[in-house]
Design a binder for this molecule. Structure first.
Ligand SMILES: Nc1ncnc2c1ncn2[C@@H]1O[C@H](COP(=O)(O)OP(=O)(O)OP(=O)(O)O)[C@@H](O)[C@H]1O
Length: 648
């Protein structure tokens, strides 16, 4: 047995299927299928939410409210009459909350959630290729996994830095059939409006943008996969990014959420690997991938992997994914079968390299998705370790690509360490701007009426998929439990949930079984879930970039979305000016009361430059040559953006 082979399970845990109402929940909501309210408390979280719990916004847990208290002014979706109209104004009459069924079934094929008909956990007997793994999942209602000490993923550490026990969870195998691989949702009515977005490329000698995929001169199999994915024409970040990467240039790219950044880096990389005829699907004890893609969360890296698998379908290129919370041995076995494109979260990736399973000497591409997050204080040390790993080609000898919807100036400067001197900076629209397809609304609330407001909103959204963001992991559970008990089928995702629970939560959300997902920032970036119509910021985040990413879970790929944020003047003061700025740059109406808070009534102690460091900005290099695409208009916009930031 190799050193990474798991031993037989210890501490086996058997679980039934789960939704977030995992407390004792005497009044818990029951689905037609009987699933709700039956989940047992993952990680011992078995609080009794029958009578009272602390109200939203109260981190100390000192202010408890009767949570069944329906008294008081619910006030609809009025936000003291200051909001921009009622929630269902644009949606028409949806009726009350109807859902006890299993969703609208509108998503065909489950491309990102474990697949068509196989979403969630695989039932016993479906496992064709586990190769003798003992233990692990045995069926939806009888999941057994072991706990020991094995998982080195940084995300696997809890808040206290304590290592969590070894995990031998094996995710369900993905369906391999074409229909599942290429399942996608339609681009929206505003897709063509992407053409009007101003684009700026700075740096020397940027290559000419392409207008069509044909102009990219991609090989036939890649073109076929692009059209099977439903892509007809490239988005702006693809029009500019593909030729830049194909020309061998390093790139820092900033484009709005949901505008196709993933394909912008995958397509030219895969093209080069295919053109060079790399042969990856060969077993070897040491794998030397040509490309490594890093992203901050497990769900996001898995999604990127699925995109890579889709575009590489039927070709010689083999993408593999590694991330925490999943059996290391299982992932090593997968890597050793052959690996050209390795997608990973930082901790697990470094683990694979450290164990000598992944070598770096053939590496040509290093991609940092959500690059500003990958280079901020949390992940920067690991990124430095990665580029300093033995065998890692120097930056002059590899291509380094960075993508995000936000790129604060200080992070840009830091990022330059990883890039060749002549890297190009691609800005699509206002750097760090919110997607203008998301209608942003604010409601002024006090911390004690947030839950009532939330209920009012959710009762009008019906089975529409809605992500509710909260600031703290334990609030995610409180709120999810609260909503379940209010008969709203809800699930939750946050860093304290086991990986199988996180995946189940996303699968239930994607399928519509639980149309409400309560999430912490773990779900803020990158996740591309079809038909998410609404985002609610139950708690506003404490930096503006996070806000931009959160609301970008809706309004993707030309579709329209809505975001409503609860603004509590006692806690959200430091964000106010940045919010006003974001709203104006996205051509949204700014509520006068929010403007008042921003300019004339700062909270005591408010730092009027609170998020400056975190606020995205144009190319941090001064005096860079600017590309020719809509140049004059772009320059004025970028300058305007920079001016706007003066007052922050
Ligand atoms: N050219 C295209 N035509 C049609 N659909 C596309 C095209 N490019 C991307 N998409 C689809 O648009 C959706 C959003 O793309 P993607 O997830 O890459 O966005 P993103 O810019 O990375 O967003 P985020 O900043 O939130 O990470 C995906 O479902 C993707 O398949």
């Amino acid at each position: 047995m190799d050193e990474w082979e798991e031993t037989e399970s210890t501490n086996s845990v058997t679980l039934t299927s789960h939704t977030s109402n995992e407390g004792s929940n005497e009044n818990s909501w029951k689905t037609d299928g009987g699933d709700f309210g039956t989940g047992r408390g993952g990680r011992g979280r078995r609080g009794r939410f029958t009578d009272s719990f602390s109200t939203g916004g109260d981190e100390n847990g000192t202010d408890t409210n009767s949570w069944n208290n329906t008294g008081g002014e619910r006030g609809g979706f009025r936000g003291r009459g200051r909001g921009r109209g009622s929630w269902n104004n644009t949606g028409g009459e949806r009726g009350g909350f109807r859902g006890r069924g299993r969703g609208r079934g509108s998503f065909r094929g489950g491309s990102r959630g474990g697949g068509r008909g196989g979403r969630g956990f695989r039932r016993g007997g479906e496992d064709g290729d586990r190769g003798g793994f003992r233990g692990g999942y045995r069926g939806k209602d009888d999941q057994t996994f072991s706990k020991g000490k094995d998982d080195n993923d940084s995300e696997q550490k809890d808040e206290s830095g304590e290592e969590k026990p070894r995990v031998t969870y094996i995710p369900p195998s993905l369906p391999e059939d074409e229909e599942s691989v290429f399942a996608h949702y339609e681009s929206g009515i505003n897709f063509d409006k992407y053409d009007d977005i101003l684009v700026n490329v700075s740096g020397t000698n940027p290559p000419q943008a392409i207008m069509t995929f044909e102009e990219a001169a991609l090989c036939e199999s890649l073109n076929k996969n692009i059209s099977k994915s439903g892509y007809v024409k490239p988005t702006p970040v693809q029009k500019h990014g593909i030729p830049i990467i194909s020309a061998g240039r390093d790139l820092m790219a900033c484009a709005q959420t949901g505008s196709g950044k993933t394909a912008a880096f995958l397509l030219p990389m895969l093209q080069r690997l295919m053109a060079d005829g790399v042969a990856g699907s060969r077993f070897s004890e040491l794998q030397e991938p040509e490309a490594i893609i890093v992203a901050p969360t497990r769900e996001l890296i898995n999604q990127i992997y699925l995109e890579a698998r889709k575009f590489a379908y039927g070709t010689c290129v083999r993408p593999v994914v590694v991330y925490g919370g999943v059996s290391t041995g299982h992932q090593i076995r997968d890597v050793l079968r052959g690996c050209n494109v390795l997608c990973g979260t930082p901790g697990r990736l470094m683990d694979m390299i450290g164990r000598g399973k992944v070598g770096l000497s053939k590496l040509r591409y290093l991609v940092l998705d959500e690059a500003d997050r990958m280079l901020d204080m949390g992940f920067e040390p690991e990124m430095r370790r990665l580029v300093g790993s033995p065998g890692m080609p120097a930056k002059e000898n590899r291509q380094t690509l960075m993508f995000s919807a936000t790129f604060p100036e200080d992070i840009q400067r830091l990022a330059a360490d990883f890039l060749k001197v002549d890297y190009l900076f691609l800005a699509v629209g206002v750097v760090g701007g919110a997607c203008s397809d998301v209608q942003q609304t604010f409601i002024e609330v006090g911390k004690f009426n947030k839950r009532e407001q939330l209920l009012d909103i959710l009762k009008t959204t019906g089975m529409d998929r809605t992500i509710v963001f909260v600031e703290k992991k334990r609030y995610a559970d409180f709120i999810a439990t609260f909503l379940c008990q209010e008969k709203l089928p809800t699930t939750s995702i946050h860093g304290d949930r086991e990986q199988y629970q996180r995946e189940q939560a996303l699968a239930d959300f994607r399928s519509g079984k639980c149309p409400v997902l309560v999430a912490t920032s773990v779900a803020a970036r990158g996740l591309d879930i079809p038909d998410v119509q609404n985002v609610v910021n139950f708690d506003l985040p404490n930096n503006i970039d996070e806000y931009v990413h959160r609301i970008g879970r809706t309004g993707r790929c030309g579709n329209i979305g809505r975001a409503v944020s609860f603004y509590d003047p006692t806690t959200d003061g430091p964000l106010t000016r940045s919010l006003v700025s974001i709203l104006s740059k996205a051509q949204q109406e700014v509520p006068s009361w929010l403007e008042e808070y921003a300019f004339s009534n700062p909270s005591p102690g408010e730092d009027f430059n609170p998020s400056r460091k975190n606020f995205a900005s144009p190319d941090s290099r001064k005096g860079q040559q600017t590309g020719s695409f809509q140049e004059s208009a772009v320059n004025s916009q970028v300058t305007a953006a920079a001016d706007d930031e003066e007052w922050e």
